[in-house]
Write a protein that binds this ligand. Structure first.
Ligand code: NAP
Ligand code: MG
Length: 401
């Protein structure tokens, strides 16, 4: 059989530890035999990041802007322990942070649904995608521990020296204070990324804040979303038969619990942090969660939501067998290949991506899975496979489709 040809390269960002091992296996078993794979390769493994003073991460982000689609393996974010383990010159920043800053993106996380791994919420029939604004609010705050009585004020000094001043509180004794911010530019990017992603995946978009209490701060989010929606997206949404829906965050939470799924839930930074952990664990497993960074300019970077699975890697290094789940990494590849196929008009590539996902899901539904899923599945008589044999089982299903 002739291999599927590609016209534009994918930006391939290799990574670390156990996911680097899976990466190679996935390419060799599931991709290279079927696709004349064109990638521009960047080694984001920690050793090479250190060797290039992290220039390779910056270069990979630039390449993503150039080509439009990237696929990323999980990478180590260095901490003190990694400094000695990898003899690092510096405690390099999180590659995801660097890439996100360069692409100005929003992160969308979607669970992969399979029969036999049931969500804890029984009415969730379809995935719920969480879109998290990844800038500002409490993540870029300034805090004061108030020592005793006194007056706290909020002051803004404009470039021309004029001031806006509000009293926060007249303290009668000790307490606490916090200053947070966001920018219209970042909120606008966030809104556009959400509207584009909704159109792209043909799903309704929900957005919620606490604008009844936060009449300026949260209300500004609501207004920017509404304004952009009316000016740029309303007619496109109508054409696609999808809906944009704004409500209060507490109402959204209540509705999400009663919903069937199949929509995108856009959240402010803190809400997104908390709610994505709730949604992903309620759907079953972090190893079954895909993640895509979408920039307002229409650039896409696909990855798994989990990390490098360090504990399994150390077992692997000792020559012990591992049973690491490669599903989210396989879906990162299929997501990127599908998007490349769509952008370049290569139907075969799109169909291959669909088939690869179908094969992965069918393999699990037939009872062949890694240990993490075997522990939570409702299926009977399951076969627990090691890392390599699971990928081989997917290949077998793929060839039978
Ligand atoms: P992790 O790699 O996500 O793993 C945490 C635990 O979750 C594992 O020990 C394992 O549990 C389970 N797990 C996660 N993915 C799994 C999979 N595919 N198959 C089976 N089990 C899986 O998080 P971490 O151990 O906190 O972080 C390890 C490294 O990853 C760190 O250096 C961190 O910086 C990096 N990280 C990278 C990214 C990214 O690049 N996007 C994201 C998060 C973390 P058991 O051990 O119980 O089997
Ligand atoms: Mg969190």
């Amino acid at each position: 059989m002739e291999k599927i040809r590609m016209t534009t390269p994918l930006v391939e960002m290799d990574g670390d530890e156990m996911t680097r091992i899976l990466w190679k296996m996935i390419k060799e078993e599931l991709l290279l035999p079927y696709i004349d794979l064109k990638t521009e390769y960047y080694d984001l493994g920690l050793e090479y990041r250190n060797e290039t003073n992290d220039q390779v991460t910056v270069d990979s982000a630039e390449a993503t802007k150039k080509y439009g689609v990237a696929v990323k393996c999980a990478t180590i974010t260095p901490n003190a322990a990694r400094m000695t383990e990898y003899h690092l010159k510096e405690m390099w920043k999180s590659p995801n942070g660097t890439i996100r800053a360069a692409l100005d993106g929003t992160v969308f996380r979607t669970p992969i649904i399979v029969r036999g791994i049931e969500p804890c919420v029984k009415n969730w029939e379809k995935p719920i995608t969480l879109a998290r604004h990844a800038y500002g609010d409490v993540y870029k705050n300034t805090e004061i521990k108030v020592p005793g009585a006194g007056k706290a004020e909020l002051v803004f000094t404009a470039k021309d020296g004029t001031e806006i001043r509000e009293t926060i509180h007249e303290f009668k004794g000790p307490g606490i204070l916090q200053g947070i911010h966001n920018t219209d530019e970042s909120i606008t990017s966030f809104a556009k990324a959400c509207f584009n992603y909704a159109l792209d995946t043909k799903q309704d978009l929900w957005f919620a804040t606490k604008d009844t209490i936060s009449k300026k701060y949260d209300h500004n989010f609501k207004d920017i979303f509404q304004d952009i929606y009316e000016k740029e997206y309303e007619s496109k949404f109508k054409e696609s038969g999808i809906e944009y829906f704004y409500t209060l965050i507490d109402d959204a939470v209540a509705r999400v619990m009663k919903a069937k799924g199949g929509f995108i839930w856009a959240c402010k930074n803190y809400d997104g942090d908390v709610m994505s952990d709730m949604v992903s664990s309620a759907f079953g497993s972090l190893a079954m969660m895909t993640s895509v960074l979408v920039s307002p300019s229409g650039v896409y970077e696909y990855e798994a939501a989990h990390g490098t699975v360090q504990r399994h890697y150390y077992k692997h290094l000792k020559g012990e067998e591992t049973s690491t789940n490669s599903v989210a990494t396989i879906f990162a590849w299929s997501g990127a290949l599908r998007k490349r196929g769509e952008l370049d008009g290569i139907g075969e590539l799109v169909r291959f991506a669909d088939k690869l996902e179908k094969a992965t899901i069918q393999t699990i539904e037939s009872g062949k899975m890694t240990k993490d899923l075997a522990l939570i599945t409702s299926l009977k008589d399951v076969t627990v496979l090691n890392s390599e044999n699971f990928i081989k089982a997917v290949k077998e299903t793929l060839e039978s489709l």
